[in-house]
Design a protein around this ligand. Structure first.
Ligand code: TXA
Ligand code: MG
Length: 324
């Protein structure tokens, strides 16, 4: 069984587990991560094992500071500008690996690029104390909704990991935005906790989107983020047997009769909605409903990332590649 320790008492035990090649679930500003020493093959293998994750899906390496990042990857000027502006924070950069960086090849699934992120809070402190980068995917079983509380991590992975560090509900509530330098510009591989518009404003040009061949960021597989219930998007009516996930003040017709109802943001604020998204999906799922109807959510700001996760949750579950 797993132990849940508050951040104030977890540093020593977390360091001991990581030093021994074991995994620890940690809070970050986006979602909880399942962390292992990125230079230790056993630790990294245990991450995949605990998640039941397909081996081909590469992980994000988390760093404590810019010096650690530069030892692992080669920064182009645009990526460095983004790192300086948004780190620590919910941004992941895909960069060419620096040869001899000591990162275990299982982290990158053998790619010559690596996804890097500098997290805020406990994760950053832990990495600085360990002195080595941490590989950490979201702390959920493969294909399931990411966990935004220590209790959600324990409910899902508790039987398979020894320690969950409890830092309370994660403030952003969505995974990081992933971008990759490409030619003279940047490609958005996954919308996330930093709105694409904020990045575009900083670099003074639009991000390219779509059009990547194959599964470059397998988090982009359609079945990702699936709850147990079916998900129906852009609902303007709701049936008696459906649960309703609302947004803003305008209600779908028949909402009074919904099996369960939660509002992502009464005020219609996409930031607030993002922070509630996964916890509310899980709560509606637990109500035992067969379908979660979701009211329309505008694309602006973090709306793009919210709609990305919702459309994956709504995608058909059959005949897909193994979920990640
Ligand atoms: O907010 C987050 O990003 C959380 C917290 C824990 O940091 N982590 C997270 O990790 O969402 P994960 O493993 O669930 O998603 C990482 C995504 C995957 O879709 C993976 O395919 C992609 O990053 N990725 C990793 N390395 C890559 C690479 N070299 N090129 C392209 N995509 C990569
Ligand atoms: Mg994930």
């Amino acid at each position: 069984m797993t132990e849940i320790l508050a951040v104030g008492e977890a540093m020593g035990p977390a360091l001991a587990l990581l030093g021994g090649g074991d995994v620890v679930a940690i809070p970050t500003e986006t979602v909880y991560g399942l962390a292992g020493d990125a230079t230790n093959g056993i630790g990294v293998a245990r991450i995949f094992e605990a998640k039941g994750r397909p081996r081909f899906n590469p992980l994000i390496a988390h760093v404590a500071d810019m010096a650690m990042a530069e030892r692992i990857a080669i920064f182009d000027p645009l990526s460095r500008k983004l790192a300086l502006a948004f780190w620590p924070g919910p941004l992941t950069l895909v960069l060419p690996q620096r040869p001899g960086n000591g990162i275990h090849p299982l982290v990158t699934a053998g790619l010559d690029t690596i996804a890097l992120r500098m997290p805020r809070g406990f994760g950053g402190d832990l990495i600085a104390k360990l002195g080595r980068p941490l590989a950490a995917p979201s702390a959920n079983s493969s294909g399931r909704i990411s966990a935004t509380t220590a209790q959600a991590v324990a409910a899902d992975l508790g039987a398979r990991i020894k320690l969950v560090v409890d830092g309370g509900a994660t403030p952003v509530g969505l995974e990081s935005t992933i971008v990759k330098a490409e030619g003279k510009g940047l490609r958005l591989l996954r919308p996330g906790g930093i709105a694409a518009g904020e990045i575009e404003a900083l670099i003074g040009m639009p991000l390219s989107r779509g059009g990547t061949a194959g599964v470059e960021a397998p988090g982009m597989l359609a079945s990702h983020y699936a709850p147990g219930a079916a998900v129906r998007l852009n609902a303007d009516t709701v049936g008696k047997d459906e649960a309703l996930l609302g947004f803003g003040r305008r209600r779908a017709e028949g909402w009074q009769h919904a099996a369960a109802f939660l509002n992502l943001s009464e005020a219609g604020d996409p930031r607030e909605a993002a922070s509630n998204l996964f916890a509310y999906m899980q709560e509606l799922d637990r109500s035992g409903t067969r379908t979660i109807a979701v009211e329309p959510i505008p694309q602006g700001g973090l709306g793009e990332a919210i709609n990305d996760r919702l459309s994956r949750a709504a995608a058909p579950r059959d005949n897909l590649l193994p979920p990640t």
